[in-house]
Design a protein around this ligand. Structure first.
Ligand SMILES: [Zn+2]
Length: 408
């Protein structure tokens, strides 16, 4: 049972740490609620600043409740859920690959149902209250259903493959790693072509903005597989832009909500920032990092999953590769928070570098005004707690980005 005790201690400790950080963030935001930071006095009104503070605190409260609920669910699974569900399925399906896959799919299905209430609260509670939600219950349900079907369509064959590999002699975990890397690379091609269009409509960017963007692409020496506008406004008023793909299939996607609120100069700056990520090899090194992390994960699973103490260590009675796989993942997940903090640190450095690239391409002015507008339109707080930001933020707080751009 030692692994179960360790898992419980680590889960409780990370949840408690998360709650303390949220409390710090809520207190910090509340303390600065009544004054717009001097650097933004000319661009952000007090009412907007206070709305951002209230939005942040509402999200923190919901996040805290969700993390406590998540802890209860994780411990419930670990202490009796896995064994109980496995017993139920073992009574219906004879031992074999199908039973293992069915068990893992059932775990996924139960988790999906348990996560649903918080997704509903987020969309129709907080997001609705602050005017960001654009979906109706019908559309929301359809999205969830489509998401589940895509996960099942990709996940079930993948699980069959993994469990089949686990039965093969030799270094099966190495083949697993190669397979997962191949899948990751294939997904870069598959996702924008076949999966993303299930959820949104992508139309080629047109008009004067297109001409302007093409000029920017030429200046940056960038060959694109396409410039697209995504109808994000059907779900949410939050604006964003992203960059996806490799080689010739790489594409730039702008949310229609972003286009609606920004000047062409600001949009050009946002795109220059995205191009910076590409030009500075953030995409390529990100894939390399993911591949290396996957390698270590597969190696660890390969070593751990055959150990006779693994399942008893978690207090699990049944023996099955599917259970071994889950326990391996739970064990490795304990390193998750540390990896997350390291990943965020790297990501924030990349954001500064991409901002700097944009500054060199289009100047600091439009990049700064685009950042301020994004923060204002998305009601992002301008006064985050430094420790909270250090642990949780994948992007540096806007005041720090603006300061870095101003200093050049
Ligand atoms: Zn970025």
């Amino acid at each position: 049972m030692f692994l179960l005790v360790l898992f419980t201690v680590v889960s409780v400790a990370t949840t408690a740490f998360g709650l303390v950080l949220r409390a710090c963030q809520a207190a910090h935001v509340a303390r600065h609620r009544d004054a717009v930071p001097p650097a933004f006095a000319a661009t952000v009104s007090l009412a907007e600043h206070q709305r951002a503070a209230d939005y942040e605190r509402a999200r923190l409260r919901l996040g805290a409740a969700a993390s406590l609920f998540g802890l209860a669910v994780a411990l419930g699974w670990a202490f009796f859920g896995y064994d109980a569900l496995y017993s139920g399925i073992a009574g219906l399906v004879p031992r074999g690959l199908s039973r293992s896959v069915l068990f893992l799919v059932a775990v996924g299905a139960v988790s999906w149902v348990l996560e649903l209430p918080f997704a509903v609260l987020r969309t129709f509670g907080v997001e609705q209250r602050f005017g960001f939600n654009r979906t109706r219950p019908g559309g929301f349900a359809l999205d969830r259903l489509k998401g589940a079907l895509v996960s099942l369509g990709v996940g079930a064959p993948l699980l069959y493959g993994v469990l089949w590999l686990m039965r093969q002699p030799g270094p099966w975990w190495l083949w697993l790693w190669l397979g997962l890397v191949a899948l990751m690379l294939a997904m870069i091609e598959i996702y924008p072509r076949w999966i993303a269009p299930l959820f949104n409509r992508f139309t080629p960017l047109e008009g004067t903005l297109r001409t302007r963007v093409e000029g920017l692409l030429r200046r940056c020496g960038f060959e694109s597989g396409g410039l697209f506008v995504m109808d994000a406004s059907r779900r949410s008023a939050h604006g964003n832009a992203y960059f996806t793909g490799l080689g010739r299939s790489k594409r730039i996607v702008l949310f229609d909500t972003l286009i609606a609120g920004n000047s062409e100069a600001e949009l050009e700056a946002v795109l220059a920032h995205e191009l910076g990520h590409f030009k500075l090899n953030h995409i390529g090194t990100g894939l390399l990092r993911a591949g290396a992390t996957l390698f270590l994960g597969c190696l660890a699973v390969g070593v751990l999953c055959r150990e006779p103490w693994l399942l008893p260590g978690f207090g699990i009675v049944h023996q099955d590769d599917a259970l071994a796989l889950i326990v391996c993942v739970l064990t490795l997940q304990m390193a998750g928070p540390v990896l997350g903090i390291a990943g965020n640190w790297i990501s924030r450095r990349h954001e500064y570098q991409a901002d700097d690239f944009a500054r060199r391409m289009v100047g600091a002015e439009p990049m700064i005004s685009a950042l301020v507008r994004l923060a204002r339109d998305n009601a992002s707080t301008l006064t985050p707690d430094p420790l909270y930001a250090l642990v949780n933020f994948s992007h540096p707080p806007v005041p720090l980005r603006v300061a870095a751009l101003t200093e050049g």
